[in-house]
Ligand binder design. Structure first.
Ligand code: FAD
Ligand code: NAP
Length: 337
């Protein structure tokens, strides 16, 4: 008899079915996979276009618990190894289509592979917006960063600039004052978008100097690192230079959620909305973890924590549905019959 699930796996003949399908291989996805595997849920994890996620494009990570300093790619390689040892089905694929309207949920990889799943953990992350300057790309990781929490420590006693006028830019500038001798906040207009509390803290901080009505036209460097920025005045187009050792770009992030548009509730910027204190999305059985639903913290450890939550919540969801299936049929039919 039909229980919760309307469509059988047989309706998608070539589909690879799993109880938990995890989309993404950053800290959130890998942690969800370890927990789901240890709960005997035999998860499938799709690695996506950036195996290992954002930490694979950085150098030292100094705030991952248990490691005073670890290279981002090494940390993610270790997480990947742990996932494989736990027996997770790790697939090199990228999901290009999902259908969350019916269960089992469906997903399609870019090579045409079909996946079905009783639950899905979305851990597709987010990426920083950049100024799109060639010089910015050249010095990324060598003086140009999009994460003060990650890299601020390297600017002890030095001079930094932050570009942007929102809450992130102001918080990055405030955070940098813990290390830097001076911080310029460069904004293209003469009023900030950041909220009043942040603006009050900013203006009260003697280490921060505002540079109003200015755009970064170029990142200047000596080949080894950043030495300054060229600025263009947005009112009259004149150019000037500012000597800095580091440039932090804080002009927003884009969550990787295009796939799920129209199928899950999201905020205006495309972050997946979850129930407070949970990873549950607007579709029962679909959970979201990490940067894809978090625009405030954006850290490896918080993403991993949310991955853990998502796997535990998926396990509870499956247990609840199985219990109902047994009660209805008098036998453990499993979810997908
Ligand atoms: P991500 O790490 O963004 O992983 C997303 C995953 O989703 C990727 O594996 C990608 O392949 C996959 N994916 C995306 N789309 C699809 C799709 N369609 N199909 C299948 N898979 C898909 N945090 C710290 O705590 N400490 C640091 O020192 C630090 N340094 C950083 C330095 C840099 C340069 C950057 C960019 C970030 C840094 N961060 C740091 C932030 C940290 O990397 C992120 O908060 C964290 O990686 C987010 O983890 P996540 O699992 O949510 O997503
Ligand atoms: P944001 O609010 O969208 O602000 C982005 C800023 O970058 C804006 O000031 C914008 O300028 C500027 N900008 C955009 N593109 C630019 C470019 N190409 N060159 C120069 N400047 C550019 O982004 P955010 O600060 O990352 O915040 C995202 C969301 O998270 C917001 O809703 C924010 O309130 C929230 N958030 C909240 C907190 C908190 O509550 N403590 C902390 C962090 C983030 P203009 O102003 O001219 O458009």
């Amino acid at each position: 008899m039909a229980v919760e699930i309307e469509i059988s796996e047989a309706a998608v003949p070539s589909a690879r079915h799993s109880k938990v399908l995890i989309i993404g291989s950053g800290p959130a996805g890998y942690t969800a996979a370890v927990y789901a595997a240890r709960a005997a849920l035999a998860p499938t994890l799709i690695k996506g276009p950036q195996p290992g996620g954002q930490l694979t494009i950085t150098t030292e990570v100094e705030n991952w618990p248990g490691d005073a300093s670890v290279l981002g790619p090494d940390l993610m390689a270790r997480m990947g190894e742990q996932v494989r040892t736990a027996g997770v089905d790790v697939v090199s694929d990228m999901i290009v289509e999902v259908d969350l309207a019916r269960t089992p949920f469906r997903a399609v990889g870019d090579g045409g592979t079909h996946y079905t799943a009783d639950t899905i953990v979305i851990a597709t992350g987010a990426s920083s917006r950049w100024l799109e300057l060639d010089s910015e790309a050249e010095y990324r990781g060598r003086g140009v960063s999009a994460c003060a929490t990650c890299d601020g420590f390297f600017y002890r006693g030095r001079v930094c600039a932050v570009v942007g006028g929102g809450n992130t830019a102001v918080e990055e500038a405030l955070y940098l004052t813990n290390f830097a001798e001076k911080v310029y906040l460069i904004h293209r207009r003469d009023t900030l978008r950041a909220d009043r509390t942040n603006q009050t803290r900013l203006h009260a901080n003697p280490k921060i100097e505002m540079v109003w009505n200015a755009e970064v036209a170029d990142v200047l460097g000596d080949g080894g690192g950043v030495t300054g920025v060229a600025l263009r005045d947005t009112r009259d187009g004149t150019f000037s230079q500012l000597a800095v050792h580091g440039l932090f770009v804080a002009i927003g992030h884009d969550p990787a959620t295009t796939l799920f548009k129209g199928q899950l509730h999201m905020d205006d910027e495309g972050y997946i909305l979850v129930t407070h204190g949970s990873t549950a999305t607007s579709v029962p059985g679909v959970f979201a973890a990490g940067d894809v639903q978090d625009k405030l913290f954006r850290q490896a450890v918080t993403s991993a924590g949310m991955g853990c939550m998502a796997a535990l919540e998926a396990e509870r969801y499956l247990a609840g549905h199985n219990a109902r299936a047994i009660a209805a049929d008098g036998a453990d039919t499993g979810m997908t019959v």
